[in-house]
Design a protein around this ligand. Structure first.
Ligand SMILES: *[C@@H]1O[C@H](CO)[C@@H](O)[C@H](O)[C@H]1NC(C)=O
Ligand SMILES: *[C@@H]1O[C@H](CO)[C@@H](O)[C@H](O)[C@H]1NC(C)=O
Ligand SMILES: *[C@@H]1O[C@H](CO)[C@@H](O)[C@H](O)[C@H]1NC(C)=O
Ligand SMILES: *[C@@H]1O[C@H](CO)[C@@H](O)[C@H](O)[C@H]1NC(C)=O
Ligand SMILES: *[C@@H]1O[C@H](CO)[C@@H](O)[C@H](O)[C@H]1NC(C)=O
Ligand SMILES: *[C@@H]1O[C@H](CO)[C@@H](O)[C@H](O)[C@H]1NC(C)=O
Ligand SMILES: *[C@@H]1O[C@H](CO)[C@@H](O)[C@H](O)[C@H]1NC(C)=O
Length: 489
């Protein structure tokens, strides 16, 4: 009996297994068979009527079929210069078209024309050897109709030689006009034009993700004109932070969640305000200290990354006003072994996950001794970073709190064990120094004015470097007045 049942199950499973595997295999097998030496594309069946093609080492574009839905078409590591003729991809349905490691010949407005459906397009590590666009400008290839509905564009390490037109760079405002539905834009190691004051009323409405890495321009479209932005990544573009009040403009972006500003020589982010941002990455800048209440206008902040900054101090009130800070990265390759953290943060942010270099030691002082005593009494939650068996470093402040400064002087800049602190320090008077967390400000009456002072100092800087726009508007204004006067004379 059981044999019969087993037999039936076997038959049923065979019947069920066979048809789908047949049909799903068939698409690749039928049109891009492995044994066909002329194609040499890796074909993957994605679905009944969808497949992906990855073509390596080609010197020509393989044959495509309009009735198939291509999930991806990757053309990689072309053996010779790849000629993409007019309407090569016409009538096709393609989710992602990606070109990598290829020398491209004769690109024009028509190369990518008449694609029935195209969502994502990328060119990486490639050289555009020759262009046949009407103006000889690379940007014109995006003029084609296929790009009107493009959602994602990636251009990374793209070199293009334009005979007689070396000065023509990609213009971001024009690109956003050419690609009105764009959600995601990533440009890396490519030359972008400076911002040129075009009509901005209608561009980049749907852009949620903007990543510019080493794009060489010194100014950027004012970001408040990109209202849908959720993630903004600007790396290695220090000049645009000088020429325009970029950080101050962030408050106008009502959907922004994430900023990543690395390698921009930033010293502070004093003008930052955002009710929506929950993740900030400022790694590889020049930030030396985080002052009290720095993030009070970024109440949703959860993750803060400050790695590779020359950080020397993080005030005990640095994170006041943010309830949900959960992760803090402060690793610093070339740090001076002394943690920038104020030791009171070990008490005030007991749950904060602090990632710092394992070699880094806390500073020896009275708050640390206070933390040690609380730990011994088990009376308070204390951050995991604290370990009484670790060492702390003796600094100038430690000497001020020493029982015997002369004795401790010999240990300056050297480590001592935290559990030994009581032998060295006389702290009776400072035991509660951590407990007024977020209650008083050092610069109390000037909660607003210091920010203003900073703003003006930034304005002064920006006037220096971006004289043209302000002068321009000033002159055009006076010119208008003059014209008016002349007219009515
Ligand atoms: C592109 O080239 C860079 C080096 O120039 C390399 O680091 C990167 O991995 C390459 N990208 C791809 C997708 O091959
Ligand atoms: C932006 O996206 C919405 C859907 O999210 C769409 O309805 C709208 O047409 C798009 N606008 C533009 C200018 O592409
Ligand atoms: C800017 O563009 C919008 C829509 O494209 C148009 O209505 C407006 O008149 C333009 N403004 C200028 C100053 O060209
Ligand atoms: C902090 O997180 C809690 C729980 O996720 C949430 O209810 C609260 O609104 C958050 N606070 C802020 C300021 O975002
Ligand atoms: C510490 O004191 C020494 C001399 O006692 C001085 O040279 C040094 O600048 C001081 N460092 C700080 C951070 O105050
Ligand atoms: C600790 O400092 C106080 C004054 O700040 C002083 O009166 C006391 O004698 C000191 N104690 C020791 C052990 O040095
Ligand atoms: C601004 O210009 C003055 C003189 O014109 C110069 O001394 C100063 O270094 C400049 N500052 C910046 C930030 O460029």
């Amino acid at each position: 009996m059981s044999y019969i049942i087993y037999f039936f199950i076997l038959i049923i499973s065979l019947i069920h297994a066979q048809p789908p595997s047949l049909t799903s295999k068939s698409l690749c097998a039928q049109y891009y068979p492995n044994n066909d030496q002329s194609v040499q594309c890796e074909c993957d069946d994605i679905d009944i009527n969808r497949l992906s093609l990855k073509c390596l080492g080609h010197s020509y574009v393989p044959h495509f079929l309009p009735h198939i839905h291509y999930d991806r078409i990757d053309l990689e590591s072309c053996a010779q210069d790849l000629q993409i003729g007019d309407k090569t991809f016409a009538d096709l349905n393609i989710n992602t078209l990606a070109l990598r490691h290829c020398n491209l010949l004769g690109l024009s407005e028509e190369s990518f024309a008449k694609i029935n459906h195209l969502e994502k397009f990328s060119i990486e590590n490639s050289t555009i050897v020759s262009l046949s666009t009407s103006t000889g400008n690379f940007q014109e290839i995006f003029q084609s109709d296929s790009f009107r509905t493009l959602k994602s564009l990636i251009l990374k390490n793209v070199h293009y030689h334009q005979t007689h037109k070396h000065d023509k760079k990609l213009n971001l405002e024009k690109l956003l006009t050419q690609l009105p539905q764009l959600n995601r834009l990533e440009l890396t190691n490519i030359y972008l034009d400076n911002y040129r004051y075009e009509n901005l009323t209608d561009i980049g409405r749907n852009l949620t993700y903007l990543k510019l890495i080493n794009t060489h321009q010194t100014s950027l479209v004012p970001i408040e004109h990109l209202p849908s932005l959720e993630r903004l990544i600007l790396i290695h573009l220090p000049q645009i932070f000088h020429t325009q009040p970029l950080i101050a403009s962030i408050k106008f972006l009502k959907k922004l969640k994430y900023i990543f500003f690395a390698q921009n020589q930033l010293k502070n982010i004093d003008d930052l305000q955002s009710k929506t941002i929950d993740q900030i990455d400022l790694s590889s800048n020049l930030i030396e200290s985080i002052d009290e209440y720095t993030f009070e206008h970024v109440p949703k902040l959860r993750t803060l990354t400050l790695t590779k900054n020359p950080l020397r101090s993080i005030d005990k009130n640095a994170f006041c006003g943010i309830d949900n800070l959960t992760l803090l990265y402060i690793n610093n390759e070339h740090s001076s072994q002394i943690s920038p953290l104020d030791n009171c943060i070990l008490l005030s942010h007991a749950q904060l996950d602090i990632k710092q270099d394992s070699q880094t030691k806390l500073q020896c002082n009275c708050p640390l001794m206070h933390v040690f005593r609380l730990k011994r009494k088990h009376s308070r939650d204390i951050n995991n970073l604290f370990n009484p068996n670790h060492a702390c470093v003796v600094t100038n402040t430690t000497l001020e709190q020493a029982k015997n400064p002369h004795q401790l002087q010999n240990l300056l800049n050297l480590p001592i064990y935290i559990y030994e602190l009581e032998n060295f320090l006389n702290c009776s008077y400072t035991d509660d120094s951590c407990d007024r967390h977020c209650q008083d400000r050092r610069v109390k009456s000037t909660t607003i004015s210091p920010i203003k002072v900073h703003k003006t100092s930034i304005d002064v800087q920006s006037k220096n470097t971006s004289v043209s726009p302000s002068l321009y508007s000033f002159f055009s204004y006076t010119l208008c007045l003059l014209l008016f006067a002349i007219r009515y004379l």
